[in-house]
Design a protein around this ligand. Sequence first.
Ligand code: SF4
Length: 343
Amino acid sequence: MATELSKKNILDFTPPELEDIVAELGEKKFRAAQIFGWLAKGIECFDDMKNVPAGLRSRLSEVYYIGLPEVVRKQESRDGTVKCLFEFEDGAQVESVFMKYEYGNSICISSQVGCRMGCTFCASTMDGLDRSLTGGEMLGQVLAMRNLTGEDIGHVVVMGMGEPFDNYEGLSRFIRLIHDRKGYDLGLRNITVSTCGLVQKIREFAVDFPQVNLAVSLHAPNQELRRRTMPIAGKYNYDELMKACREYTGLTGRRITFEYAVIDGVNDNPECARELASKLKGWLTHVNLIPLNEVKGREYKTAKGKNVAEFKRILESNGVAVTVRRTLGSDIDAACGQLRRNK
Ligand code: SF4
């Protein structure tokens, strides 16, 4: 890519930081809000900032670049799902997925290049972690996808490549950037963050962002089974995780979502459903059953429809709120991390 790597990505800066930047360049602070507003529109070059003086635009472009990622590969599904492999200035590639729902358009973005959590059913972790993304790079995925599709995006899910809580700094900055009224102005309740269960960060997140939705990838009804598929369970055991999740709902008053990928012959039997129900009964939770996206090189198969239906019935009959995630983009490489690996 052409841009010099010595420049800084201007998408990383909050309005107060931009005020300092323009002040250093000898300009009035109100220019910062104008610049921030233009960036949130998804402009690709400084000269598109029409109400910003040409001299300032030119001085900014000497030190900064607008870090919208380039589309390296794009797949479109018949159902309107668009999956992109994006590339940043240093050549790092991540995946983002645009999805259409009844309630509006949503994007699933990545928080890291690769992942070091090692979940055994996941393609994103197969080559380990390259690096974390900055807040501006996370925002850049939303802006670039909106430019590409020409569609408004009113919901963001941080559930793509990477573990967001393993990049807490980048995640926090991203939330502040996309929520800022002067820019994209996305409501906090329209953001969902998904973690594989970093207990300390769940506690921090409850204090820092009580309005943002939290989803926890559980994928098992007990420690023994969870440990088989999720190495993080070796660090934070099931009871510790459940305790932190209870603290979260207690502190925030918000419902917590448990993601449960239903894997054939692993965690899809009625005993698993009953055990899970016994743990979640009477608690402010919601279970999202996810038909597993099968990954090349991994032996897991998605559970049979009748087993998923029975699993759901058992949870419901115990008063646990549950949905089965609609399968979107099944005719493209839907499993996260596959597009990057298949390239
Ligand atoms: S499921 Fe999430 S946390 Fe686990 S390896 Fe994949 S990207 Fe990382």
